[in-house]
Design a binder for this molecule. Sequence first.
Ligand SMILES: Nc1ncnc2c1ncn2[C@@H]1O[C@H](COP(=O)(O)OP(=O)(O)OP(=O)(O)O)[C@@H](O)[C@H]1O
Ligand SMILES: CC(C)(CO)[C@@H](O)C(=O)NCCC(=O)O
Ligand SMILES: [K+]
Length: 256
Amino acid sequence: MLLAIDCGNTNTVFSIWDGTEFLCTLRTSTHHARTADAYFTWFSTLVKHYGIEMDITDVIISSTVPRVVFNLRVFADRFFGCRPVVVGKPDCALPVQPRVDEGTQVGPDRLVNTAGAYDRHGGDLIVVDFGTATTFDVVAHDGAYVGGVIAPGVNLSLEALHAAAAALPHVDVTKPQKVIGTNTVACMQSGVFWGYVGLVNGITERIRAEYEQPMKVIGTGGLAPLFAQGDLLFDHIEEDLTMHGLTVIHAHNVKG
Ligand SMILES: Nc1ncnc2c1ncn2[C@@H]1O[C@H](COP(=O)(O)OP(=O)(O)OP(=O)(O)O)[C@@H](O)[C@H]1O
Ligand SMILES: CC(C)(CO)[C@@H](O)C(=O)NCCC(=O)O
Ligand SMILES: [K+]
């Protein structure tokens, strides 16, 4: 069985893949100081809770936070006796090499999303991921990552408003009843919700114009379904896209 680990700047997600389906998906906050033993205590407790027969032989890691990789390597080695595949490291092969400016370190999560989306949909795609940042990844006809867009994340924008303006409270993102807010919270929610609907619409439209080929738009990340309520933003929404991409890259490395 494969353990796929996706470390974002905010959350780290573990998923167990038995070759056919994901048996469970576990989420914790990302902390570089968490030790291998702490990961295992948390992980084994939840796996037992869900009654899963744990038989992990392989581990693959994608991390946008370089510092967490050390303890995750120790975790894989100590508890599963394996050397993990780490996306973005020289010894991890990608199905297709990215085509970007020399010296650019593309976020591993974007490479993983690219591999997962190309496997399911073929090329000429825009993948929109609502994580700590909102990213747009352009996937070429042959499955290469060829660039994209990085915008501030939804929760980050709300936090920035709260942090910078004394009278603005902390609010959660949601679809507001009306565009014209009649209280502070409703005004902030409208700004963020309709602002991001406009951002996604505007950027995908401009990417399409620049790319000059028909493209499909795939939404992923926890907030994709919420924003899809605002407009026809996506051709598909796939919450497990990053995890799927990890299984694709792992299979590519085992085979290679
Ligand atoms: N299934 C879900 N339904 C509703 N909200 C979700 C779901 N999964 C995650 N979220 C919320 O959506 C937001 C985005 O989650 P997501 O996992 O896509 O990115 P993140 O963990 O915030 O960022 P990163 O991956 O960069 O660490 C988070 O606030 C999270 O709490
Ligand atoms: C943009 C984020 C933070 C999104 O998780 C991540 O992909 C990252 O750190 N990227 C590095 C820069 C780049 O992708 O061009
Ligand atoms: K993510």
